[in-house]
Design a protein around this ligand. Structure first.
Ligand code: IPM
Ligand code: MG
Length: 368
């Protein structure tokens, strides 16, 4: 028996392939470490639309609310491009984030030594990089009302609304300060206070929360455009970056690419604690469904595997086991085992998705 429950939503494209490797790793922890999980599986995204006519059924939504953690693969694909907005695969993901109220999205950008050459930036700029972007995930321009495409006179107008309440800003700021205390104790907050009122409020509230509750943490502010520039110029100046939903979406993709491959980066989306003390949580790779390579064994499962490592750490308080899994991934990379996205001129041992999973399992065995 176990009191740890997981809901796997593998989704579309490469989601099911990369998640299959995670399932094997979950099994490994049960068999070899006595850390068992009760795992259920369900549909999200395009596959849910194909089966049920909606990217997320109410039953799946309810199940997601009950479990300790949701593991999500990826959603979307060209086949669904022409669907109405409300039926698109991405809406399934957005509904999960919104209804579970997963306001703090943790997106680490870490550069593995074995891959430092792989970045499009110079090696000394990225080697040893370890930053964490905290993106506000349940509000801002992705959810604000009014929104829509309206008729104005004889032309159409597209409207989205950037809206943040003080409490929405304060709670994600607290997440950032708490996390910084466990790292290098520095937070940089990014907005556009020079042109946006929501940015002015963002800066005010972050400053207030800092002064009242976290004066020990070093806080700086940056306009998000300058932040993007600084992230490519000298990313190691940052520790924790906290920013809104839209800027966080952009800056986390940028930060991801510093590390060489989107196929490497995990994320955690966390909400308020549940009755058992564990936070509402969803873990997913930062990469998308990559329909162009789906079903060919080319996908890199590492981002999804590392997302499970984040689940071990943030949902189940198993930091040492998370370290074990992350070290296993590092060991595999150090051995030169490479899915196609990690292949470079100087070579390495080519691996399919499953072979990468095999290698991680072997490294886990070796960690015992
Ligand atoms: C992300 C993605 C999503 C987002 C899409 C798939 C809705 O880009 O998680 O960063 O924009 O939030
Ligand atoms: Mg994105």
């Amino acid at each position: 028996m176990t009191d740890r429950s997981l809901l796997i939503l593998a989704g579309d494209g490469i989601g099911p392939e990369v998640m299959a490797e995670v399932s094997r790793i979950i099994g490994w922890f049960g068999d070899r470490r006595g850390i068992a999980f009760e795992v259920s599986e369900d549909l999200v995204g395009g596959i849910a639309y194909d089966t049920h006519g909606t990217p997320l059924t109410d039953a799946t939504m309810a199940r997601a609310q009950e479990v300790d953690a949701v593991l999500l693969g990826a959603v979307g694909g060209p086949k669904y491009d022409t669907l109405d907005f409300s039926l698109k695969p991405e809406r399934g993901l957005l509904r999960l984030r919104k209804e579970m109220d997963l306001y703090a999205n943790l997106r680490p950008a870490q550069c593995f030594d074995a891959l430092a050459d792989f970045s499009s930036l110079k090696k000394d700029v990225v080697a040893g990089l370890d930053i964490m972007i905290i993106r506000e995930l349940t509000s801002g321009v992705y959810f604000g009302e009014p929104r829509g495409i309206f008729k104005e006179g004889n032309e159409r107008v597209g409207i989205n609304t950037q809206r943040y309440t003080e409490s929405e800003i304060a709670r994600v700021a607290r997440s950032a300060f708490e996390l910084a205390r466990k790292r290098d104790n520095r937070v940089c907050s990014m907005e556009k206070a020079n042109v946006m009122e929501s940015g002015v409020l963002w800066r005010d509230v972050v400053t207030e929360v800092h002064a009242a509750e976290y004066p020990d943490v070093e806080l700086s502010h940056m306009y998000a455009d300058a932040g993007a520039m600084q992230l490519t110029r000298w990313p190691k100046q940052f520790d924790v970056i906290v920013t809104d939903n839209l800027f966080g979406d952009l800056l986390s993709d940028l930060a991801a690419m510093l590390t060489g491959s989107l196929g490497m980066l995990p994320s955690a989306s966390l909400g308020a604690p549940m009755a058992n003390g564990r936070p509402k949580a969803l873990y997913e790779p930062v990469h998308g469904s990559a329909p162009d390579i789906a079903g060919q064994g080319k996908a890199n499962p590492i981002a999804c595997v590392l997302s499970f490592a984040m689940a071990l750490r943030y949902s189940f308080d198993l930091g040492a086991e998370a370290d074990r899994l992350e070290k296993a991934v590092e060991a595999v990379l150090a051995k030169g085992i490479r899915t196609p996205d990690l292949m470079q001129a100087e070579g390495g041992t080519p691996a399919t998705t499953t072979q990468m999973g095999d290698a991680i399992l072997t490294a886990l065995d070796e960690s015992l």
